[in-house]
Design a protein around this ligand. Structure first.
Ligand SMILES: Cc1cc2nc3c(=O)[nH]c(=O)nc-3n(C[C@H](O)[C@H](O)[C@H](O)COP(=O)(O)OP(=O)(O)OC[C@H]3O[C@@H](n4cnc5c(N)ncnc54)[C@H](O)[C@@H]3O)c2cc1C
Length: 404
């Protein structure tokens, strides 16, 4: 455990995953700010929401609250990349959306096309035959509707978290790994944070604790139920894996009347990524099973044999991962009511693409600045969190907001 530089800080960030590392990065960019980041495990661990080699990003969204964040989200990644040349962070390899012949599949593509037009984002609507001609890896059946957008792609979470943390440290931030916060108290206008490395004090704390957020909010006396579900990603091999390399195919989603499937090319030898949102295994971070849902693995295999038949190898790897968010599944970026100087952010199943921007927005809030984008839709006072079911101790289910 590294020795902390100080006991008193201007900002203490609790949680060093996607959002917490980004908060340390942007807070430490302010000259003279003493920033402490506390992470209970090693940085870049895989027990939370961010442990994977890719998280998808696209510059469009049906919901205007999210689409207006996306230009700033891309800018934030480009800004981090410009100061960290160790490894690539953002890969804009293009994204293909496929809706099958079902009414739901067609409607989803129609809605996405409308969102792209609304926001004046260039895109293509290739026919199934054109998709197959350009990316012969995809078998098409002729009744699909498709969209291709060239700025979509993915962020490498391993590189993103490392970049945020390394630069923050270079700027003078202290980031302590393997340092769990065990108690939070408010005393004489200061937050007192207890850890095995001792106590730390600050007028401002930022909760970026993902699936562990609810227990921290409990200590602040703020009743918000956070639903945690165990999701999974799987990677498959192919006899000719080079056909599925980064420069040969885009990321993709497949929309039908079943839950969405999505994936992307082989990156760094992990294999072709394919997964389906599950959102039914509600867990606690400590008691989750870490077991793959074999039904979903079968669904993914069936999809590959029907739609990407060249991905004919065995499953190379698969792991579970946590979605954590409020009942409406939307982002939260806000002050914690009744807890002076406390901020929080949580990302659910959609958050990684925004994470560097979220760190920047938290920095704005910590400095009482007006953020560059409208975050009023991500506040704790929103209507969807005031309905019965969001309260402390209640049983939550995910609402289907199709926020992906
Ligand atoms: C399978 C899957 C696929 C996804 N795909 C996408 C995608 O394609 N695109 C996208 O944009 N998003 C995607 N997401 C969502 C995205 O990954 C999350 O929104 C994002 O990673 C959340 O980051 P976080 O920092 O909130 O959580 P985490 O990365 O889990 O970080 C929280 C951190 O807080 C630490 N912590 C908790 N309590 C304490 C404590 N008491 N003391 C110290 N540290 C503590 C934890 O150890 C953890 O490191 C996906 C998520 C999953 C699970």
């Amino acid at each position: 455990m590294t020795s902390p530089a100080y006991r008193e800080y201007d900002h203490i960030v609790i949680g060093g995953g996607a959002f917490g590392s980004a908060a340390c990065y942007w807070l430490s960019a302010r000259p003279g700010s003493r920033v402490l980041g506390l992470e209970q495990y090693e940085l870049g661990h895989r027990r939370g929401s961010s442990g994977d080699s890719s998280r998808y990003i696209r510059p469009y969204h049906r919901d205007r609250r999210y689409s207006q964040l996306l230009p700033a989200a891309y800018d934030a990644w480009r800004s981090v990349q410009s100061t960290w040349q160790t490894a690539p962070i953002l890969f804009t390899i293009g994204g293909l959306e496929i809706g099958d012949g079902s009414a739901a599949g067609q409607q989803m593509i129609t809605d996405l096309a409308a969102a792209l037009e609304r926001d004046s984002i260039p895109f293509e609507s290739p026919s199934p035959a054109q998709v197959h001609a350009r990316w012969p890896q995809f078998r098409m059946y002729g009744d699909e509707q498709c969209i291709y957008q060239g700025d979509a792609g993915f962020v490498d979470p391993r590189h993103a978290i490392r970049a945020h943390a390394e630069i923050a440290r270079d700027r003078g931030a202290t980031i302590l790994a393997e340092t769990p916060v065990t108690k939070i108290e408010h005393d004489s206008g200061r937050w007192v944070i207890t850890t095995p490395a001792g106590e730390f004090r600050s007028p401002r704390i930022i909760l970026t604790a993902g699936a562990w957020t609810q227990r921290l909010l409990d200590q602040l006396g703020y009743p918000l139920a956070i639903t945690v579900t165990e999701e999974q990603v799987t990677y498959f091999g192919a006899r000719t894996l080079s056909d599925f390399a980064l420069d040969r195919m885009p990321t993709f989603t497949f929309r039908s009347d079943e839950p969405m499937l999505y994936g992307g090319p082989d990156y760094a030898g992990f294999g072709v990524k394919i997964t389906q949102e599950i959102m039914k295994h509600t867990v606690a971070p400590e008691t989750r099973s870490h077991q793959l849902d074999l039904g979903v693995v079968q669904t993914c295999k069936a999809f590959l044999s029907q739609r990407l038949p060249g991905v004919d190898g065995p499953m190379i790897s698969g792991r579970t991962c946590l979605y954590a968010g409020p009942v409406d599944r939307d982002l939260i970026i806000d002050h914690v009511p009744g807890a002076p100087g406390a901020l929080m952010a949580i990302g659910g199943g959609v958050g990684f693409k925004y994470s560097s921007l979220v760190g920047r927005l938290l920095t704005n809030l910590a400095h009482d600045e007006t953020p560059q984008v409208d975050i009023s839709g991500f506040g704790l006072a929103r209507e969807s969190l005031r309905t019965p079911g969001h309260g402390f101790g209640s049983i939550c289910v995910w609402l289907s907001s199709a926020a992906f």
